[in-house]
Design a protein around this ligand. Structure first.
Ligand code: 5AD
Ligand code: SF4
Length: 470
């Protein structure tokens, strides 16, 4: 620092540069949300964020183990980061999330450069673990399950300008679908106290958040067993609907077996509850659904979607399907296609069955050859493209409320946002502010988005909300 003119400075101000953290996130929205919490905690511990791993003093990989591919990506990324550690030996590398939970200290055998392994119930311990690893240069592991997950109590303060936020309302899963690793790596279901959730969302609304997505492995079982108060998911939605400033409420994921009549009623009652539901069906064959331990039949599923559509005719329904589950015959696969043709999902996430060590299905003998899994996936995806196009085309000529998210990639004067049904809409801007809900006339439907035009003619929902706001 240059000396002040006219003599020596009496003291020197040493500006210590903040250390840098680089976080890479794999997997679901739950992991994205956990990574936000990690970033906030590490900021308090003196680590500022960086987008460049080469600048980092601490690298955190938040891992996913839902399918083999997700796990492989983590291992290859670790390999790449190993080279950075050679150049900078003080670099600390940590892995967290589901794969870390599954592997525990065995992870150190996979990678020589790893310093920290922390599990899904131990996020809150990361600052302390980083301190130990960097001061003592030892490997540290924390993967014990806790009865109560401490990070569920951490409130995420939204970044300035953020209009959409995730809120974890429960974590873990008690369902043990036979293909799924989640109950083993996230532990048993635990619901957050509803007061905490409502306070957090109230705080978010005061900070400008307009849209919240409530997160949990199975939000429909929120409140079951754990808090004993009889306060369930529909109660939470109704209270959420009363929070000033929150214009849109979404949630994910719902298990069809737990989709109650009361929850269906919420779609008819709560104006801010978005007309979208992600309801993973997994298969259209009753035989396969039973082997998957899903607890419903294809007819039950069709019935529930029918009742949702009776309450909200324009509801957008999306789903997950697994093809090539052990024992899936051509006939079973045709049953899935038949169900898709009956429902006509707005969108579908489809996966080839991937064997996960430790799950019940890993022990099933009648594996479907990989080639057949790939063939079935292509057939299913081609059909879904037709359905998505068709569902999107039904929106042409309508005026939809769009929550403006920011500049669009489609052109320098374009903005992008989402409809309540979760469709992306791009349109030419006219002094529209980010975070505003505007009526947009839908001119053209594409596979992944809609093209629209701002209009003065607001839809009835928009007028109602405007009237409420005044
Ligand atoms: N193989 C393939 N897909 C899986 N999923 C979960 N476990 C597996 C597995 N072992 C899919 C399900 C679930 C979604 C998040 O991932 O469809 O709904
Ligand atoms: Fe996995 Fe089934 Fe739980 Fe979903 S409900 S997380 S698929 S075990």
């Amino acid at each position: 620092m240059p000396a002040a003119s006219g003599g020596e400075p009496r003291f020197r101000l040493v500006m210590e540069e903040k250390k840098k953290i680089y976080i890479q996130t794999f997997g679901c929205q739950m992991n994205v949300h956990d990574s936000d919490q990690i970033a906030a905690m590490m900021l308090d511990a003196g680590y500022g964020p960086t987008e460049d791993p080469r600048q980092a003093d601490l690298i955190v990989i938040n891992t996913c183990s839902i399918r083999e591919k997700a796990a492989e990506k983590v291992y290859s990324q670790l390999g790449r980061f190993a080279a950075l550690k050679e150049e900078k030996p003080s670099l600390v590398i940590a892995v967290g999330g589901c794969l870390a939970q599954q592997w525990g200290a065995k992870f150190f055998r996979r990678s020589q450069v790893l310093d920290i392994v922390f599990g899904t119930h131990n996020i809150h311990k990361l600052p302390e673990m980083v301190r130990t690893a960097s001061l003592r240069r030892v490997q540290v592991t924390e993967t014990a399950f806790r009865k109560s997950v401490p990070s569920l109590a951490l409130k995420a303060v939204p970044a300035p300008g953020k209009i959409s936020a995730f809120v974890t309302i429960m974590q873990g899963c008690n369902n043990f679908c036979s293909y799924c690793i989640v109950p083993y790596v996230r532990g048993r279901e635990e619901s957050r106290p509803h007061r905490d959730i409502l306070d957090e969302v109230g705080m978010m609304a005061e900070n400008g958040v307009r849209e919240v997505t409530l997160l949990g492995q199975n939000v429909n079982s929120y409140g079951l067993g754990t808090n004993g108060s009889g306060y369930r998911f529909p109660d939470l939605l109704r209270d959420m609907g009363k929070i000033d400033g929150i214009k849109r409420i979404r949630f994910t994921t719902s298990h069809p077996k737990d989709l109650s009549d009361d929850l269906i009623r919420c779609f008819g009652e709560i104006e801010t509850l978005c007309n979208h539901i992600h309801l993973p069906v997994q298969s259209g064959s009753d035989r396969i659904l039973a082997r998957m331990n899903r607890g419903y039949t294809a007819a039950d599923y069709l019935d529930k979607v029918g009742r949702l559509r009776a309450v909200r005719p324009d509801i957008s329904v999306t789903s997950d399907v697994i093809v090539g589950f052990p024992g899936e015959t051509d006939e079973d696969f045709r049953a899935t296609i038949a169900l898709m043709n009956k429902i006509r999902f707005d969108n579908l996430f489809s996966f080839k069955y991937s064997e996960r060590e430790g799950t019940a299905a890993a022990g099933f003998g009648d594996k479907v050859p990989r080639g057949i899994r790939s063939e079935r996936l292509s057939v299913l995806q081609a059909l879904q493209e037709e359905h998505t196009q068709e569902r999107n085309r039904e929106l042409e000529g309508k005026v939809l409320d769009v929550l403006v998210e920011g500049p669009s990639k489609t052109g320098k004067d374009d903005l992008t946002g989402r409809t309540c049904g979760n469709k992306i809409v791009n349109f030419r801007q006219r002094e529209t502010a980010i975070g505003e809900t505007v009526p947009v006339f839908i001119k053209k439907a594409y596979l992944h988005s809609l093209r629209g035009e701002l209009t003065g003619a607001a839809s009835p929902g928009f007028i109602a909300r405007r009237a409420e706001a005044q």
